[in-house]
Design a protein around this ligand. Structure first.
Ligand SMILES: Nc1ncnc2c1ncn2[C@@H]1O[C@H](COP(=O)(O)OP(=O)(O)O)[C@@H](O)[C@H]1O
Ligand SMILES: [Mg+2]
Length: 235
């Protein structure tokens, strides 16, 4: 559904940050990008979302070319993006945060319907719906930003290091949530530092180094790969 071909991009008039990147996300897949700091992982997600300067290549989503489209247009094509860092509205309640996710729909009935679906998939959010987001734990806040992105029913969800600052146990919960999201028809492209956990949950993974594709493969194959093991799994 998402196919990136020979993508080269940077910021403003600055140097190329990613070079000739190739990457695919198939319908119903969780795809992970791993790689060291500064490798250009976030730049790939920002490029898909229309936030970089694209110098070459293609980004196709279900046949639609996203290159040079504006972010609001890209959202309409079914892409949602959760940037790095906790991005909840801290003084608003969980429910208000979720409603904000769909404010562009401008249709209270529709928004309520989607809210109900999210609560039934993620009962923990329902239990906390009246709480101010700032009073939730890090893992719960992460769940709120995921839920908020899901309010638009995206075809493709872009997640930039959702587990940052979370324990391995909560990181696994984030990926369990990703599985639920995937079952409900949203494909996911996720950046994750904890390769050990990510590769267990992921259908396909890409290793990025210095702005270029290094290697890729099925999650479970990369778990067995010697080079990945040495560099990213602490073996
Ligand atoms: N807004 C920006 N403007 C200019 N350069 C940036 C910007 N964001 C990131 N960069 C540069 O792009 C490179 C890759 O960054 P990034 O994509 O954030 O890497 P990663 O997510 O893999 O850590 C870094 O060298 C960084 O300095
Ligand atoms: Mg990053």
């Amino acid at each position: 559904m998402l196919e990136i071909k020979n993508l080269t991009a940077g910021y403003g008039n600055g140097p190329d940050v990613i070079k000739n990147i190739n990457l695919k996300v198939r319908e119903g897949e969780i795809v992970t990008i791993i790689g060291p700091n500064g490798a250009g992982k976030s730049t790939i997600l920002r490029s898909i979302f229309g936030l970089t300067s694209i110098r070459n290549g293609e980004i196709n989503l279900s046949g639609e070319n996203l290159v040079n489209q504006k972010t609001d247009q890209i959202i309409k094509h079914g892409v949602c993006y959760v940037p790095q860092g906790r991005s909840v509205f801290s003084t608003m309640t969980v429910e208000e945060n979720l409603q904000m996710g769909a404010y562009i729909l401008n249709d209270k009935k529709e928004i309520d319907g989607r809210l109900g679906k999210i609560y039934s998939r993620f009962p923990n959010l329902y239990a906390k719906r009246k709480c101010a987001a700032q009073n939730l734990s890090g893992g719960q806040q992460q769940m709120v930003s995921l839920g908020r992105a899901l309010m638009l029913n995206p075809k493709l969800l872009l997640l930039d290091e959702p587990s940052i600052g979370l324990s391995p146990k909560l990181t696994m919960e984030v990926f369990e949530n990703c599985r639920t999201i995937k079952k409900n028809g949203t494909s996911i492209l996720i950046i994750e530092q904890n390769a050990n956990i990510a590769l267990q949950y992921t259908d396909h993974a890409y290793v990025l180094e210095m702005g270029e594709n290094r290697l890729d493969g099925k999650g479970k194959e990369l778990l067995k790969n010697k080079k990945v093991g040495k560099l990213y799994l602490g073996r």
